[in-house]
Design a binder for this molecule. Structure first.
Ligand code: FAD
Length: 74
């Protein structure tokens, strides 16, 4: 695996700003870390979004669900 920078985003605005600067989001890392180990993906900077408030599931007025970006598979 190649060296990379690591930042833990404090809020969604900071995460978006860091992504606009070329960073790559990491959530659980299930896919991303394997791809980095194989050098299929070689991000120079990772933005850890795990502490952001994005793990809600809400019912919408039209009967659907809005699933947050950090909701787990289970
Ligand atoms: C062995 C194995 C078994 C699996 N089995 C299943 C299964 O049974 N069912 C299933 O559905 N999936 C399965 N998967 C796939 C895996 O669970 C999903 O891809 C999972 O959603 C990855 O989430 P993560 O949080 O680990 O993502 P990460 O590995 O952290 O990120 C994956 C990609 O998404 C990007 N990303 C992460 N969060 C965001 C965000 N909020 N906004 C934009 N981009 C983002 C990252 O930059 C990266 O490119 C499996 C994977 C593996 C390796």
């Amino acid at each position: 695996m190649r060296p990379f920078d690591y930042t833990r985003a404090e809020n969604t605005e900071a995460a978006a700003r860091q992504a606009a600067g070329g960073g790559t989001f990491i959530a659980g890392g299930t896919n991303l870390l394997d791809l980095m180990k194989l050098e299929v993906m070689t991000p120079e900077a990772l933005i850890d979004i795990n502490r952001l408030d994005l793990a809600e599931i809400e019912e919408t007025d039209d009967g659907g669900l809005r699933v947050g970006a950090l909701v787990t598979n289970s």
